[in-house]
Design a protein around this ligand. Structure first.
Ligand SMILES: Nc1ncnc2c1ncn2[C@@H]1O[C@H](COP(=O)(O)OP(=O)(O)OP(=O)(O)O)[C@@H](O)[C@H]1O
Ligand SMILES: [Mg+2]
Length: 366
């Protein structure tokens, strides 16, 4: 069993005059793992996160970090001992990027030269060019600002990183990049990360464990992401996870059971001008990379080649296998090798059969 780093023991937070923002929260957060708090707006995610570093004090209950009650440490000291990243990067506008990153080490008494040197290294760690260190936050893109926010949180090398919707203000492409970057970082650093989002996709991509909060600050389910997708604990979690949850969990299933079959290929020069009445044929270029499909069309129906769907590689997930097969006009997903050359095809019917048997194994009650 994983070692606990942070524990909530029956923690409740009631703001003045309001309903409970967090209600009797009991949970244990694993050391060296990413735990994601996810849930709709107002369900108490931020409040729960901020109680960990005492930016918010609980009304009742106990929170421990590394076995020690957080109230045993002065709040300011506790806050500096944890990295904190928020939605808006929260950078100080009148300070350079380097000085922003160096803030907490400076407060902790590290010399100016030393903390700048470290800040410079951290730019590289979060994937930013070192020349950006001299700029001011307003001279950076949103994604770059968020990276600086992450660098700043890492500056004091804290064991715990608290991240409150850090990537929600950037566009989906940048967000994807930042998520990958965080996973890469975490692979090397193995911090205890608590990450808040209201996006279930982000939660399942990033989380070793996911805590789904329901309105009223109640913990609705706390489990590994594949379990939440496959077996939502109740109606609320099921609806929050969304309708295609039955397929999302395939992103965690291997495609080992899917057979790659040989396929007849032709080059573009061999392509008939009109649909032939033959079977589907895969059109490839000189390097054997897939171009599209020549369909078994009726005579006189126009150009014979139709674009193919997404590609499948050996070792991909079952989800990708399904995507490849279903997005292909022939019902055959194109499998390619590492050089992008055609390795064969996978049949939609067979992928669905593997999914079906995968499902019955899961529900077979092992
Ligand atoms: N300082 C405060 N004073 C009074 N009520 C507050 C305060 N902060 C939060 N609340 C209330 O507590 C509840 C939980 O708020 P919280 O910010 O923790 O939710 P959240 O899950 O982070 O929401 P969001 O996804 O919108 O960020 C909400 O009903 C909110 O209105
Ligand atoms: Mg919030």
């Amino acid at each position: 069993m994983a070692e606990a780093m942070i524990e909530f023991q029956n923690v409740t937070k009631q703001y003045q005059g309001g309903q409970a923002a967090v209600d009797g929260l009991t949970m244990s957060i694993d050391k060296g793992a990413i735990t994601v708090f996810v849930g709709p707006s107002g369900c108490g995610k931020t409040t729960s996160l901020r109680m960990i570093n005492r930016m918010v004090e609980p009304t009742s209950g106990i929170i421990t970090v590394g076995g020690a009650d957080v109230t045993s440490v002065p709040a300011a000291q506790l806050r500096r001992s944890m990295g904190y990243v928020m939605q808006s990067s929260g950078l100080m506008p009148h300070r350079s990027v380097l000085d922003n990153i160096a803030t907490v080490p400076r407060l902790n008494g590290v010399s100016k030269a030393e903390s700048r040197k470290r800040a410079q290294e951290l730019l590289d760690v979060v994937g930013l060019a070192s020349s950006l260190g001299k700029r001011y936050p307003s001279q950076l893109s949103g994604g770059q600002q968020q990276r600086v926010g992450v660098a700043r949180a890492l500056a004091a090398d804290p064991p715990v990183l608290l991240m409150d919707e850090p990537f929600s203000a950037v566009d989906p492409v940048v967000r994807d990049e930042l998520q990958k970057e965080l996973l890469r970082l975490q692979h090397d650093l193995a911090k205890t990360i608590v990450f808040v989002t209201h996006d279930i996709d982000e939660a399942t991509v990033l989380g070793d464990k996911v805590a789904v909060f329901a309105v009223g600050g109640k913990l609705a389910q706390y489990a590994a992401p594949d379990e939440i997708l496959r077996a939502p604990a109740n109606e609320f979690v099921a609806s929050f996870v969304g309708r295609d949850r039955g397929f999302r969990h395939l992103a965690f299933s291997p495609s080992d059971g899917v057979t790659i079959h040989p396929v007849r290929t032709i080059t573009a020069e061999q392509l008939p001008q009109e649909g032939s009445s033959d079977d589907w044929q895969l059109v490839v270029d000189d390097a054997l990379r897939p171009l599209g499909w020549a369909g078994p069309g009726r005579a006189g129906t126009g150009p014979a080649m139709v674009p193919g769907g997404s590609l499948f590689r050996k070792g991909d997930t079952l989800r990708r296998a399904l995507d490849a097969a279903l997005s292909s006009p022939s019902g055959l997903g194109v499998a390619v090798n590492d050089d992008g050359q055609v390795a064969g095809v996978i049949a939609a019917t067979e992928v669905l059969a593997v999914i079906e048997s995968d499902r019955s194994v899961r529900h077979g009650g092992l």
